[in-house]
Design a protein around this ligand. Sequence first.
Ligand code: ZN
Length: 245
Amino acid sequence: MTSPPTVTVWNEYRHERDSDAVAEVYPNGIHTAVADGLDEQGFETRTATLDDPEHGLTPEVLDETDVLTWWGHRAHDEVRDDVVERVCDRVRDGMGLLVLHSGHYSKPFKRLMGTSCALKWRESGERERVWAVEPGHPIAAGLDESFVVPRAEMYGERFDVPAPDDLVFVSWFEGGEVFRSGCCYTRGKGRIFYFRPGHETYPIYYQEEIRRVLGNAVEWAAPTDGPTPRFERSDPAEDVDVDVE
Ligand code: ZN
């Protein structure tokens, strides 16, 4: 792509409006913190939230979106099924999707994975060490071999997702659990990256390494101009003598 990818940062935006503890960390919403981190890396961003009309994800917005990021937690069920279908269709058509933290249980991610996407969790403010286990992957560019998130919610295996096409990050937690924290998938023409760190009461989306990963992931997930496959009765591509009905 010649111009930087256009990113729509989607957020449920409920915790920040009714919890002082969350508003203290993310006074303008998690979406603003995520968008600021991408803005400063030169991406064109817009934000959309659950309570916007059509959740801010009209066909026009999605058509103009190269990469959509998704943060949701307690209101996954309030996301309209027709909008979920619209998002999934756009992904299969080439739009990138970054699923953040508790977005593991969002309707679009579950639909695109086809599994429960369930996991273990514990909200205890423990230390997380994130290891870049695929150091040559573009999403790991510019990082050290590992970095620390000082206070995190624990997510533990098993994480019930399909085996990722590429596993870029693995997390270790003080309590002993491990977790596949950076998982790459392809669905249709679209690329999907699940990234674990990020929780509404910890300032994780301000952390330099996290912002770097999200910027790298936007670049990686941006649409390519690959061919559009046709699913239809097909004449031979080569000049062969076959009986075709
Ligand atoms: Zn959380």
